[in-house]
Design a protein around this ligand. Structure first.
Ligand SMILES: Cc1cc2nc3c(=O)[nH]c(=O)nc-3n(C[C@H](O)[C@H](O)[C@H](O)COP(=O)(O)OP(=O)(O)OC[C@H]3O[C@@H](n4cnc5c(N)ncnc54)[C@H](O)[C@@H]3O)c2cc1C
Length: 571
């Protein structure tokens, strides 16, 4: 029996364990396996193989049973994820359903999840912008949260590293607030987007309109060929899974790359319950796992552990990792784990019409649109709220028909397609301020279907966010008016936090173990062989989409972890 146990332990022992195979876990897997570490990736969802597991990717609109619409029953069963714009008949199989992991909403929080190999990298909108020093210096300059332990220069080479492999299209715009990267050719702006860009340049000295940077292969380079990925076909059916690998996902890129090394063991249906800490060895030794199909519990062991379960679940796993040394959760000596949880403010939109350029129209598709980088409170504090917002911007003109009338009139109206004026629109992407009161924690009484404590969300907007929305409406309206746009309509969706799908924090990085959980290498201050490189590690939120930063932080942290392993500092 004793021998059997030793065999069991040997069979379940790896050099490294990665929890989660999504955007950041995929990168951890690629980097660790490339560096020669036998790596176990534990994924709670099912396996999704590139191309063969994209069942709707080639469906024509008339081939899907409900023409892409969700059956009422599915919508009713999923009031939370049903709110996500990308949840439809074609994509529902890549979303985790509401009943799969119930959670407690002390305050409303729409938690959007993708539980499968690839995680949310199969669903994302692929917008990728680097952070700048305006972001990394933000908390120190404006006195909130804690100072980041790194600056832009620490991450710049890692941004380049991941951009080259993932493939990012963009223009070199030369803006210090949005550093340029290793870009493939940019997508083209429509004529009215170009017009707006020129108008903004003429009317303001501090604002810019650019083509947004996106993780699409606008051109296939040798490194993408090696991954078996092809140029983006501009189908804009990305959330169904791209069979061409035209956009970056773990499934088309990092996971198969890791598999080719021969060092990867990918184990789906494995819900990680907690990290095992050995009080005597004073380090983490492995993880406890529940098989989601059989309910069977097992343990896996490794020298280093990367926690990449996506921000909220990473908080859940670490808070649930209790031991004699860490009764409040692994590495949680200061009791701050789960606190300073933050998100992005995506509540506000402005739309309008433009009746110029009526001899032009838009045709075809492209996977991105325009972008207005943050301009508020950039160089100095100039408003009565902290920080600022970026904004999406798009202008297009297509045909539409009238649905007015009855009988023959209605028929004629439906058949009579007409070009209307140009439609322009913008959406706000606001930075929120991480606060101690905005937090996630474990429910003391309620469990999820796998017997783990339910996660409780207590997160809300504040006055700073409301002021920012008012300013966004004012400024974008002003910019639209000065460009001659008409019929300007502002809208506040009043949506709950969460629907932005950029949840961050709770296990923040910092310089001081008294006020943060992770050091500058994403290593738990109090348990050096555990690394957290997903959104949980974020000290502040910036206005930029976050995933590129998770990828860069992951590659950097793995590089450090493997160096430390070689020096025997972690074993
Ligand atoms: C519709 C949509 C649009 C988006 N648009 C953008 C965008 O334009 N730009 C951008 O930067 N970001 C965007 N995002 C967000 C982006 O997808 C996430 O930031 C990113 O995927 C987070 O990476 P991650 O590795 O932390 O988590 P994920 O990619 O979600 O991966 C986490 C993985 O961990 C697994 N897991 C969870 N718990 C456990 C457990 N206990 N045990 C084992 N495995 C576990 C999950 O199943 C999942 O596979 C978007 C997301 C969505 C859904």
């Amino acid at each position: 029996m004793a021998n059997f146990n030793i065999d069991f332990k040997n069979n379940n022992t790896y050099d490294a364990i990665v929890i989660g195979s999504g955007m950041s876990g995929g990168w951890a897997a690629k980097e660790l396996t490339e560096k020669g570490l036998k790596t176990l990736v534990l994924e709670r969802g099912r396996d999704v193989k590139h191309v063969q597991d994209y069942p709707t990717t080639f469906l024509k609109p008339w081939e899907s049973k409900h023409r892409g619409q969700l059956p009422l029953e599915v919508a009713k069963e999923n009031p939370i994820i049903g709110k996500c714009y990308a949840f439809s008949e074609d994509t529902a199989h890549f979303f985790s359903k509401d009943n799969e992991q119930p959670y407690v909403q002390k305050k409303p929080f729409d938690w959007i999840k993708g539980y499968q190999v690839g995680g949310k990298s199969l669903l994302w909108a692929r917008q990728v912008q680097r952070w700048s020093d305006f972001d990394f210096e933000g908390p120190a300059r404006d006195s909130y949260a804690v100072d980041w332990p790194i600056r832009y220069k620490d991450l710049a080479p890692w941004y380049s590293y991941v951009e080259k492999f993932a493939g990012v299209s963009g223009n070199k715009d030369g803006l210090p607030e949005l550093p340029d990267g290793e870009f493939l050719p940019p997508y083209e702006m429509t004529i009215v987007e170009k017009y707006f860009k020129d108008q903004v340049k003429k009317n303001y000295n501090d604002r810019h309109v650019i083509i947004a940077r996106c993780a699409h292969l606008s051109e296939q380079r040798e490194i993408h060929k090696q991954q078996g990925r092809m140029q983006c076909q501009n189908r804009t059916m990305c959330e169904r899974g791209c069979p061409y690998g035209g956009y970056f996902s773990s499934n088309s890129s990092t996971i198969p790359w890791a598999q080719k090394t021969g060092n990867l063991t990918l184990q789906p249906h494995s819900v990680v319950d907690s990290v095992i800490y050995d009080d005597k060895k004073e380090k983490a030794t492995g993880v406890r796992v529940i098989n989601s199909q059989t309910g069977e519990a097992s343990e896996y062991f490794a020298k280093i552990i990367f926690v990449n379960a996506s921000a909220a679940n990473t908080n859940l796993i670490l808070l649930n990792s209790k031991s004699a040394r860490f009764p409040q959760g692994l590495g949680n000596d200061n009791g701050l784990m789960g606190k300073y949880f933050a998100f992005h403010n995506y509540r506000a939109t402005v739309r309008a019409e433009y009746d110029g350029y009526l001899d032009f129209t838009t045709d075809g598709r492209r996977p991105t649109s325009g972008y207005i980088p943050r301009f508020r409170n950039l160089h100095k504090q100039e408003t009565d709220f902290l920080r600022g917002y970026a904004a999406g911007f798009g202008a297009n003109r297509g045909v539409s028909n009238s649905r007015e009338g009855f009988g023959t009139d209605l028929k004629n109206n439906l058949l009579n397609l007409k070009y209307g004026p140009w439609q322009v629109g913008s959406h706000m992407m606001g930075e929120t301020i991480p606060k101690e009161t905005n937090h996630v924690k474990l429910s003391a009484t309620e469990k999820d279907p796998f017997g783990m404590p339910k996660l409780e969300f207590s997160i809300d907007y504040d006055e700073n966010d409301e002021k920012m929305i008012a300013d966004y409406f004012e400024q974008i309206t002003d910019m639209f008016e000065s460009a001659g746009f008409k019929n300007i309509v502002t809208h506040d969706s009043k949506q709950a936090p969460g629907l932005d799908i950029h949840e961050m924090g709770g296990v923040r990085m910092g310089k001081d173990p008294k006020t943060s959980l992770l050091n500058k290498w994403n290593q738990l201050h109090a348990c050096k062989n555990v690394f957290v490189t997903d959104g949980a590690c974020m000290t502040s939120t910036s206005t930029q989409n976050p995933s590129l930063t998770y990828m860069a932080l992951t590659a950097r942290a793995v590089n450090y972890a493997v160096e430390e392993l070689k020096k025997e500092n972690l074993s």
